[in-house]
Design a protein around this ligand. Structure first.
Ligand code: NAD
Length: 306
């Protein structure tokens, strides 16, 4: 039977571990957990005998793949898969997968929670504002954005989205107003929530050309990836737009400077918290185990990303 390594520098919640074990036990697949490792050499050693790996934010690069002589499949229990070197995986004949949608509600709830936190002045005891009646512009309309839209509509926000890969019909059917170009996100939103992946096209794509357009008092919410924002432009937005705010689950490199100069208009979670719920952990972990079993039993590659 294929051996599965669950390699998690930041382990799954206990409930998720139980359910992953139950899935693999039922399929009679042997498994090993490598949790809380601090030395990548431990990962290199553990992958040597693995036919499959489940990871979270763990890096799977060419060195890991070189060490994994028997490996056929790596599954990232989560949405983004920029921690897997896809080119190297393909070169090593390893299938890479993610588990789309499994943690999206958790991330969406955090995005909305962060909006409320900023609207209420980081709970500073002074009068704040409400989300109802405000315009929310979503950059990207994938899984997380769609859950965010649903909650925001419930709160009474007017929701807009830009995603050139999703049809206007999908958006309008869900009560969301489609935007036709990226600049419209930045001119429209009182709240702008980022839900795009980090890739060649999007990295550092949010430049001053876009940030310079935001309305006074606009709050950017980033639960996506820090790399999508050009940080020079971000610092300029804080300096020039006196009510501009950023709340983020993915700490930018200029975090210390933002804390020092603009702590009243800026907040970053101390660690990425978006998918950190027991439910999301369990959903993603179990989906990863099931995808591995389906791959070996039926050749199912439905969630392949390379
Ligand atoms: P998804 O793949 O379901 O959605 C991404 C959407 O972005 C897709 O609909 C795609 O069409 C769209 N898109 C791609 N390029 C675009 C472009 N140039 N302009 C506009 N739209 C574009 O992914 P998701 O699960 O919704 O995740 C969204 C983001 O959130 C990703 O960056 C992911 O890595 C991140 N994420 C973070 C956490 C966290 O813990 N904070 C957890 C899950 C996902």
């Amino acid at each position: 039977m294929p051996k599965v390594l669950i390699a998690t520098e930041k382990p799954f919640a206990a409930e998720a571990v139980q359910q992953i074990k139950a899935e693999l036990d039922q399929a009679k697949y042997p498994y090993e957990f490598l949790e809380n490792y601090t030395d990548v050499a431990d990962l290199h050693k553990a992958v040597a005998e693995a036919d499959a790996i489940i990871i979270r934010s763990d890096i799977v690069d060419a060195a890991v793949l070189d060490a994994a002589k028997k490996l056929r499949i790596v599954v990232r229990a989560g949405a983004g898969y920029d921690n897997i070197d896809l080119v190297a995986a393909t070169a090593h004949d390893v299938v890479a997968m993610n588990t789309p949608g499994q943690n999206s509600n958790a991330v969406a709830e955090l995005a909305i929670g962060m909006m409320i936190y900023m609207a209420r002045g980081k709970f500073n005891g002074k009068s704040g504002s409400e989300l109802a009646g405000k315009k929310l512009a979503l950059y990207g309309y994938g899984y997380v954005a769609r859950y965010t839209a649903k909650i925001a509509i419930g709160i009474g926000m007017e929701v807009f989205a830009y995603d050139p890969y999703i049809s206007n019909e999908v958006m309008t059917n869900e009560g969301v107003k489609p935007l036709s170009k990226v600049a419209d996100i930045f001119t429209t939103g009182d709240y702008i929530s980022l839900h795009i992946p980090a890739n060649k096209e999007t990295k550092k794509s949010i430049t001053w050309d876009l940030l310079g357009l935001v309305r006074s008092g606009c709050t950017i919410v980033n639960t996506a990836r820090k790399e999508v924002i050009d940080e020079e432009a971000l610092l300029k937005a804080f300096a020039e737009k006196k009510k501009f705010r950023l709340v983020t689950d993915v700490e930018p490199d200029c975090h210390a400077e933002l804390m020092e100069k603009y702590a009243d208009r800026y907040f970053a979670t101390p660690k990425k918290m978006g998918a950190q719920t027991e439910e999301a952990n369990t959903n993603a972990g179990v989906a990863a185990a099931r995808q591995i079993i389906a791959f070996f039993e039926k050749g199912d590659v439905a969630f392949k990303v390379n």
